[in-house]
Design a protein around this ligand. Structure first.
Ligand code: AMP
Length: 575
C-alpha cells in the first residue's frame, strides 16, 4: 500500500473489529491468533490486558475487568440503568480511557497485519448516540493515537457493506440489528450513491441475552435447578445457537427442540415489532416501499428471526453479509472512500432528537427537528420580549417535549446587546450540526454584529440512548398535556399584554364611552383575569376569553385613534 490507509473500526459493546481497504477490497484484520473479533474487555490487574486475555482473567478478577463500557461512554455517572460488576471510579479510569485501550489494541492488530504505522480511523457508533457520546468516542480514538476521520452510524455502515455493489441504484432499505444486548432498526434511502438515514428506533435493553435467560429458566425448571445457575445460563446460549442449525439440542439429560425455543422466543421477538412500525412511520415508508431488509447482529442467525422479519416486512431478508462483520466492513468501506482507495459515496445521517432553544414563556422552539439529515444548518431570528433588556440568555435544548423544562439543556450562551424598547434587539441564532453530530451554536447581535459561539461536545448533557427512547415515548404520551401547556402559555403571554393596555385605554377614554360599553369591557377583562388566576390552565377558555376581550375593545381602539387624530389636528390649529 502506498499511501497511509485509514482503518474502519466497529467499536462494539461485546466485540470490536478492525478492517482496511487493500487493493480496492475491504478486508477485516486478524490478530496473532487469527481472530478477527476482539472482545471489548480491558482488565486492570498487575498488567493491563485487553481482549480475549482480559476475559480469561475475568473469573479471577471480576472487579478489575471492564466489559460493555460502551453502555457508559459519554454519560454522567449513575445515569445508566445498567449496573456493571466493576466500579470505574475505584479503578481510576474513565469510559473514554477504557475505550481508548480497546482502540489501541485494534490499532496494534492493524499495524502488525499491515506492517506499517496507522494513525487514522473511522469509528462506528449506534444511530441513537447523542452528541456527547459521539464526542466521547472520538476522544477515545484520539487518546489511542488515532485521528478520527469520521464517526459513522452503525446502520449506515451496515448498508454500506451491503450496498457497495449497487451504487447506481435508487433504493430504500431497512437495517434490522438484533445483537446480544440491544436492538436497533433503521430505515435508509440510497440514491445515486448517496446514503441517508430516514429514521431510527430501537430498544437498548433487548437482545439475545434476554432470550438466553428465558431459555435458562425453561431448562432449570425442567431439570429442577436454580435458574440463575451460571452453567445453565451458558448452556442455554449454546443450546440456542445450536438450534439455529439443528432441530434439537440437549443439555444434561434434557432434549430441547427448535419448536421449544421458538415458543419461548416469540414474545421476545414480538417486542421488536412496534419499533419497526415506528421507524417506518417516521421515515414515511410502508413495508412494500422497502427494496431490502438487511439483517445485522448475531441473533439474526436464528431461523425464527428471519421468518419473523420476512412476515413483518413482507419480503425475505437479505442475509448475504455476515451479520457479525457487516458493520466493521461498512466502516472499512467508508474509510476506504475517505482515503481515496474506493470511489466516493456521500454519507448522510440523521439527528435522533430535535435541537432547539428556549423561548419566552418557557417554550421549546425547535431549530433542527428530529430525523433531520446531517450535516445540517438552520437558524432563526429572536428579539427581546421586554423593554430595556440588555442581554438574552439562550438555552440550547435537546428533546421532543413542548415545554423547555421537560427537555435537556445542552448548554447556554449569553448574548449582550444595547438596551432598547421591546422588540428592538435582533439576535440571530444559528445551529450547525457537523457530520459527526457535534453541534456549533452561533448567536449574532445584528445591530453590533457581535458573535457569540459555543461548541457542544463532551460538555453536553449525557443523553443516554435509552433516555432518547424514553424522551420520544414521553413526547407521545404527554402530547396532549404538552400541547395544552403550549397553547396556554401563548394565550397567557397575549392576555398579560392585553390587560394593562385595556386598563390604560379605559382610563384615557374616561366618560367618552357609554357606561354599558365600559361595563362590558370590564366584564370581559375580569373573565380573562379569573381564568389566568385559576389553577386549571384551561388554554382553550383563556384563548376564547382573550379573543372576546380583544373584540370588545375594538371600538375603544378606534376611539383612541380618533381622539389622537383630533388632538393632533387641534394642536396644529386645524379644527
Ligand atoms: P452481537 O452482539 O451482534 O455479537 O450478537 C451476539 C448475540 O448473538 C448473542 O446473544 C449470541 O448468543 C447471538 N448469536 C450468535 N450466534 C448465534 C446463532 N448462531 N444463533 C442464535 N443466536 C446467535
Amino acid at each position: 500500500m502506498n499511501s497511509e490507509p485509514i482503518l474502519g473500526i466497529d467499536l462494539g459493546t461485546t466485540n470490536s473489529l478492525v478492517g482496511v481497504v487493500d487493493s480496492g477490497f475491504p478486508i477485516l484484520l486478524a490478530d496473532e491468533n487469527g481472530d478477527r473479533s476482539t472482545p471489548s474487555a480491558v482488565s486492570y490487574g498487575d498488567t493491563l490486558l485487553v481482549g480475549a486475555a482480559a476475559l480469561r482473567q475475568r473469573a479471577l478478577n471480576p472487579a478489575r475487568t471492564v466489559t460493555s463500557v460502551k453502555r457508559l461512554i459519554g454519560r454522567r455517572g449513575g445515569e445508566s440503568d445498567w449496573k456493571p460488576r466493576y466500579d470505574l471510579k475505584e479503578l481510576g479510569v474513565t469510559p473514554v480511557e477504557v475505550s481508548a485501550e480497546i482502540l489501541k489494541r485494534l490499532k496494534a492488530i492493524a499495524e502488525r497485519a499491515l506492517e506499517q504505522k496507522v494513525s487514522r480511523a473511522v469509528i462506528t457508533v449506534p444511530a441513537f448516540f447523542n452528541d456527547a457520546q459521539r464526542a466521547a468516542t472520538k476522544k477515545a480514538g484520539e487518546l489511542a493515537g488515532l485521528t478520527v476521520e469520521r464517526i459513522l452510524s452503525e446502520p449506515t455502515a451496515a448498508a454500506l457493506a451491503y450496498g457497495l455493489d449497487k451504487l447506481t441504484e435508487h433504493q430504500k432499505v431497512a437495517v434490522y440489528d438484533l445483537g446480544g444486548g440491544t436492538f436497533d432498526i433503521s430505515v435508509l434511502e440510497m440514491r445515486e450513491g448517496v446514503f441517508q438515514v430516514l429514521a431510527t428506533a430501537g430498544d437498548t435493553q433487548l437482545g439475545g441475552d434476554d432470550l438466553d435467560r428465558a431459555l435458562a429458566e425453561f431448562i432449570a425448571q425442567r431439570l429442577n435447578l436454580p435458574p440463575n445457575d451460571i452453567r445453565v445460563l451458558e448452556g442455554a446460549e449454546s443450546v440456542k445457537k445450536r438450534l439455529s442449525n439443528d432441530e434439537s439440542a440437549s443439555f444434561d439429560t434434557l432434549t430441547i427442540t427448535r419448536a421449544d425455543l421458538e415458543k419461548i422466543a416469540r414474545p421476545w421477538l414480538e417486542r421488536t415489532r412496534a419499533h419497526c412500525l415506528r421507524a417506518m412511520s417516521d421515515a414515511g415508508v410502508k413495508a412494500a416501499d422497502l427494496d431490502e431488509v438487511i439483517l445485522v447482529g448475531g441473533s439474526t442467525r436464528m431461523p425464527l428471526v428471519r421468518q419473523f422479519v420476512a412476515e413483518l416486512f413482507g419480503k425475505e431478508p437479505n442475509t448475504s453479509q455476515n451479520p457479525d462483520e457487516a458493520i466493521a466492513l461498512g466502516a472499512t468501506i467508508q474509510a476506504g472512500i475517505l482515503s481515496g482507495s474506493l470511489r466516493q459515496v456521500l454519507l448522510l445521517d440523521v439527528t435522533p432528537l430535535s435541537l432547539g432553544i428556549e423561548t419566552f414563556g418557557g417554550l421549546m422552539n425547535i431549530i433542527i427537528p428530529r430525523n433531520t439529515t446531517i450535516p445540517a444548518k438552520a437558524g432563526e431570528m429572536f428579539t427581546n420580549a421586554v423593554a430595556n433588556q440588555d442581554a438574552m440568555l439562550i438555552r440550547i435544548l435537546q428533546g421532543e417535549r413542548e415545554l423547555a423544562k421537560d427537555n435537556w439543556e445542552l448548554g447556554r450562551v449569553d448574548v449582550p446587546f444595547p438596551p432598547g424598547p421591546k422588540g428592538s434587539a435582533r439576535v440571530g441564532v444559528q445551529f450547525s450540526l457537523d457530520a459527526d453530530g457535534i453541534l456549533n451554536v452561533l448567536a449574532r447581535d445584528t445591530a453590533t454584529n457581535t458573535d457569540t459561539t459555543l461548541e457542544i461536545r463532551g460538555t453536553a448533557i449525557d443523553v443516554a440512548d435509552e433516555r432518547v427512547e424514553q424522551m420520544i415515548a414521553e413526547s407521545v404520551e404527554f402530547a396532549f398535556d404538552d400541547m395544552n401547556e403550549r397553547i396556554w402559555t401563548e394565550a397567557r403571554i397575549k392576555a398579560e399584554e392585553l390587560l394593562p393596555a385595556v386598563d390604560a385605554a379605559l382610563a384615557q377614554l374616561g366618560d367618552s364611552i357609554s357606561e354599558s360599553e365600559t361595563q362590558e369591557v370590564r366584564e370581559h377583562a375580569a373573565k380573562v383575569r379569573q381564568i389566568l388566576d385559576s389553577a386549571d390552565h384551561d388554554a382553550r377558555a383563556l384563548k376564547a376569553a382573550t379573543q372576546q376581550l380583544d373584540d370588545a375593545t375594538q371600538t375603544l381602539a378606534v376611539m383612541l385613534i380618533d381622539r389622537a387624530m383630533e388632538e393632533s389636528l387641534a394642536r396644529r390649529g386645524l379644527v
